[in-house]
Design a protein around this ligand. Structure first.
Ligand code: SAM
Length: 304
């Protein structure tokens, strides 16, 4: 296993803490987290590049490698080194929440807006457009403006994509956050949000801050028939708690419900969490230990 530093980040994950990825022994981190062939099926990503971006089939793989290598040069996340983002697992047909989201967004009288959190190159947004969703209904955010740019480069849609993509730090201190582009763009606008491979980056305290901000992103006038929903997949654990990996907090259904109950109390809202394990191990090199499990989760607002 590559060495993982276990020093700072008790409270906050961001550009400074990202720099610690692999810092103790970069060569061993690279050996563990970076591959030279795409280790999974990536038919849905390939289909996007061929049919949405009009990239000739024989150039697709080289284009994927080009963008991956640029992204790895910026930040050494395992999901970049290992091409996890090309899998698009939520579009395989068995993710009911993504099916429901697509139906809501495609309905002729839809008022819904979808937000992708920590979206990297926003492959999910492009797939939703490919599935027939009007791109003006789509929003996204990530810490790195460079990832948003790489998305335009990968998918060749700078002139056509009408989604609103905003770079920003979801953990800015309150005073800065209040006037930030994130709060100004998303507050009160979103009905469906999606976050994958995201919550497991953060400590309990940081997750509380992020959840509270997500709650503010949601529209206030949603009905029980079309409630505010956040869903996705990430690393959970059959022994929930703070991990050695930067002190991040991995959940089971009970602890994730507790997190949302806590933030619900703070915001006078109610949330129901559902979570299921989808994989015994991780789909990428596992920095989180033997108890980690890939889980799918849904958090739905409960009408008061
Ligand atoms: C592990 S990647 C997951 C990317 C994508 N969701 C996926 O599943 O392929 C986590 C993403 O979260 C973003 N991120 C990390 N810290 C953040 C923060 N404080 N605010 C906003 N985004 C952040 C990173 O830039 C990165 O793109």
């Amino acid at each position: 296993m590559a060495s993982i530093t276990n020093t700072v980040n008790e409270g906050k994950w961001g550009k400074e803490t990202e720099k610690q990825l692999g810092v103790e022994d970069l060569e061993s981190w690279r050996n563990e987290m970076y591959v030279n062939t795409i280790p999974w099926e990536y038919d849905r990503f390939r289909e996007l590049l061929e049919r949405y971006s009009k990239i000739p089939p024989n150039e697709v793989e080289a284009e994927i490698f080009k963008i991956r290598n640029e992204a790895w040069g910026l930040v050494k996340y395992p999901c970049i080194g290992h091409f996890t983002y090309v899998k698009l697992p939520e579009f395989g047909g068995d993710d009911i929440e993504m099916q429901k989201a697509i139906e809501r967004l495609r309905a002729p009288d839809s008022q819904d807006a979808f937000l992708e959190l920590g979206g990297f190159i926003f492959q999910t947004i492009r797939r939703l457009v490919f599935e027939g969703v009007d791109s003006t209904r789509l929003y996204g955010t990530d810490l790195h403006a460079e990832f948003i740019e790489l998305g335009y480069k990968q998918f060749r849609d700078r002139e056509t994509l009408k989604a609103t993509l905003v770079a920003g730090d979801l953990l800015l201190p309150n005073e800065e956050y209040a006037g930030s582009e994130l709060a100004c763009t998303f507050d009160g606008k979103i009905s469906v949000a999606h976050a994958s491979n995201f919550f497991h980056l953060f400590s309990w305290e940081s997750q509380l801050v992020i959840c509270e901000r997500i709650i503010h992103f949601f529209r206030r006038d949603l009905s029980a028939k079309h409630p505010a929903v956040l869903f996705g997949s990430h690393m959970g654990s059959c022994k929930p708690g703070k991990t050695e990996f930067f002190g991040t907090f991995l959940h089971d259904e009970m602890t994730f419900q507790l997190l949302w109950d806590t933030v619900g109390e703070r915001t006078a809202t109610r949330w129901k969490v559902e979570m299921q394990i989808v994989g015994a191990a991780t789909s990428k090199p596992n920095a989180y230990g033997k108890d980690a499990r890939m889980v799918r989760y849904v958090v739905s607002q409960v009408a008061s």
